[in-house]
Design a protein around this ligand. Structure first.
Ligand code: SAM
Ligand code: DTB
Ligand code: SF4
Length: 349
């Protein structure tokens, strides 16, 4: 199965993939997955909300928007020492990646040194770092890179033509601009979306098309299933057929073959069987720990049991001299990016 890195996907092609009989779609996605990754490895990431609630934006799904009454209290930016304590706990629990989220439209310049201190501290623990802080200027993206940030998360969220029904306070182009600043700063991009917001299958194809046709594939593609939070405009949306979620993951895997595809929000409400299908469809990362940013996530014990039942291994990340990710799970040291053996990393043999 070829793993083409294309940036010219047409909407009809993506819709045709989403329309495939499920067994055929799963076969194609799993083939691409194993050509590019060890399908038994799943990266374990932990999320921390470093600044919660009180956000001025109007994202219709979000419990942290000030204007909706969701019971989420606004907090100020956490102290770096407290963030580092949480990161240490996440590492001890087996996480290899730590993502810090802030409920901002965009950071103020005065916030950047404090966030930079958190990033540098988390990085020094040997964890992969990710942050999601809203829109960034080029200078802010550069400062985060200098602090040791690996990935910046900024989602397109949905298809361009459906976006305006979900968010009015900033537009698609604002998001594309921030992604450009992130790439230009040399950061890896983490960019995905949410399904189950009332969009059609063609609009899910539109989200995947927008992601796969970015100037560079996002290094990481979180696929969230809407967590319906009472008080948000999208609470009460008709539940998406779970197989549509699996199809979305499979087409993300096929169209962005070398990206980490993250089974993100929405797992708490999923059965183990549905999660197994998502992983079989090519998802290779989950959030671990009982909370996402403000909403629930499966208990650690449930996830450990799921890994055992499915025969999966966590993918801890360390970095060799040439910057390649090396998974050190199950006692053995093997490359996480198993695409091209790199003699410089001692993996050639
Ligand atoms: N404020 C920043 C921003 O919007 O870029 C960072 C945090 S924001 C919470 C990060 C992402 O979480 C959103 O882009 C959205 O995709 C996802 N998200 C937020 N609320 C969600 C929900 N209820 N269900 C699923 N995903 C959600
Ligand atoms: C992403 O795409 N999903 C994560 C991460 N990026 C930051 C966030 C999910 C948030 C779910 C709602 C909440 O817990 O507040
Ligand atoms: Fe604010 Fe981000 Fe929530 Fe939108 S998704 S309301 S920008 S915290």
């Amino acid at each position: 199965m070829p793993s083409e890195t294309r940036h010219d996907w047409r909407r009809e092609e993506l819709l045709a993939l989403l329309d495939l009989p499920l067994p055929e779609l799963l076969f194609r996605a799993a083939s691409v997955h194993r050509a590019n990754f060890d399908p038994a490895e799943v990266q374990v990431s932990t999320l921390l909300s470093v600044k919660t609630g009180g956000c001025p934006e109007d994202c219709g799904y979000c419990p942290q928007a000030q204007r909706y009454h969701t019971g989420v209290d606004a907090t100020k930016l956490m102290d770096a020492a407290d963030v580092l304590e949480k990161a240490r706990q996440a590492k001890a629990a087996g996480a290899s990646r730590f993502c810090m989220g802030a409920a901002w439209r965009s950071p103020k310049d005065r916030d950047i040194p404090k966030v930079a201190e958190m990033i540098a501290g988390v990085k020094a623990l040997g964890l992969e770092t990710c942050a999601t802080l809203g829109m960034l200027s080029p200078a802010q993206a550069g400062a985060l890179k200098d602090a040791g940030l690996d990935y910046y998360n900024h989602n397109l969220d949905t298809a361009p033509e459906f976006y305006g029904e979900v968010i009015q306070t900033r537009d698609y182009q604002d998001r594309l601009d921030t992604l450009g600043h992130v790439r230009d700063a040399g950061l890896k991009t983490c960019c995905g979306g949410i399904v189950g917001m009332g969009e059609t299958r063609a609009q899910r194809a539109g989200l995947l098309q927008a992601l796969a046709n970015l100037p560079a594939h996002p290094d990481s593609v979180p696929i969230n299933r809407l967590v319906q939070v009472p008080g948000t405009p999208l609470a009460g949306t008709a539940e998406l057929d779970p197989f549509e979620f699996v199809r979305t993951i499979a087409v993300a895997r096929i169209t962005m073959p070398r990206s980490m595809v993250r089974l993100s929000a929405g797992r708490e409400a999923m059965s183990d069987e549905l999660q197994a299908l998502c992983i079989a469809a090519g998802a290779n990362s989950i959030f671990y720990g009982e909370k996402l940013l403000t909403t629930g996530n499966p208990d650690v014990e449930r996830d450990q049991a799921l890994f055992a039942r499915l025969g999966l291994r966590p993918m801890p990340l360390v970095h060799c001299e040439s910057g390649h990710g090396i998974a050190t799970g199950a006692g053995a040291t093997v490359h996480a990016d198993i695409l091209e053996p790199s003699p410089a990393c001692g993996r050639a043999a």
